[in-house]
Design a protein around this ligand. Structure first.
Ligand code: FES
Ligand code: FES
Length: 179
C-alpha cells in the first residue's frame, strides 16, 4: 500500500491490529478488513446515517471517520450490541414494533438510538426548546425531539413511525403496545 499505516482498532471489545491505507474510512475498515458488514454503506458521504457506529459512547458516521484516527477508542457496531446471546433492548424493540422493512438503514438506526438514550440521560442540549426544560428535570424526550434527533438516519422505506415507537418503549422503560 502506498500510504500504509498500522492501527489497533478496538471493536466490540476486541483489539484488531490492522495495516491499512491511511486514507481508509472506518466504514471500509469495518466492512472490508474486519468482515463486520452489519454497518451499512448508503451514501458514503455523510448524508444517510446507514454507517452510524458508536465511538466512545457517541454516535458517529463511520464513512466520515478515518480509521487511522480511531486508535485507542472504543468502537461499537451493531454486531457488538447483543450480550451473552441476547439482543440489546433496542434491537428487541425494533423487532417488536416492526421498526424496519428492507432493513438496510436498521443497524444505523439502532446504533443511533442506543447512543441517543445516553444523550438523553446526560441531558445533552436539545433542539426543541420546550424539551430543554424537560430533559433538565429528568423527563423523557418528546416525540418531536426524538424525530429531530434521529433525523440524520434516513429510512427509504419510511419506517419512521415504528422506529419512534421502538425508541420510546426503551426510553420510557414502559411496555408500550405496538401500533
Ligand atoms: Fe455514511 Fe451515508 S454511508 S452517512
Ligand atoms: Fe428500508 Fe429503512 S427499512 S431503508
Amino acid at each position: 500500500l502506498l500510504n500504509e499505516i498500522k492501527v489497533n482498532l478496538r471493536v466490540n471489545n476486541m483489539v484488531k491490529p490492522l495495516a491499512i491505507d491511511s486514507r481508509m474510512s472506518l466504514l471500509d475498515a469495518l466492512r472490508e478488513r474486519l468482515a463486520l458488514t452489519g454497518t451499512k454503506k448508503g451514501c458514503d458521504h455523510g448524508q444517510c446515517g446507514a454507517c452510524t457506529v458508536i465511538i466512545d459512547g457517541k454516535r458517529k458516521l463511520s464513512c466520515l471517520t478515518l480509521a487511522a484516527t480511531c486508535e485507542g477508542k472504543e468502537i461499537t457496531t451493531v454486531e457488538g450490541l447483543a450480550k451473552n446471546g441476547e439482543m440489546h433492548d433496542m434491537q428487541k424493540a425494533f423487532v417488536k414494533h416492526d421498526g424496519f422493512q428492507c432493513g438496510y438503514c436498521t443497524p444505523g438506526q439502532i446504533c443511533s438510538s442506543v447512543a441517543l438514550l445516553e444523550e438523553a440521560k446526560n441531558g445533552e442540549a436539545s433542539y426543541v426548546t420546550e424539551d430543554l426544560k424537560n430533559i433538565k428535570s429528568g423527563l423523557k424526550l418528546s416525540e418531536e425531539e426524538i424525530r429531530e434527533r434521529m433525523s440524520g438516519n434516513i429510512c427509504r422505506c419510511g419506517a419512521y413511525n415504528n422506529i419512534v415507537q421502538a425508541f420510546k418503549e426503551v426510553h420510557s422503560g414502559d411496555d408500550v403496545m405496538p401500533t
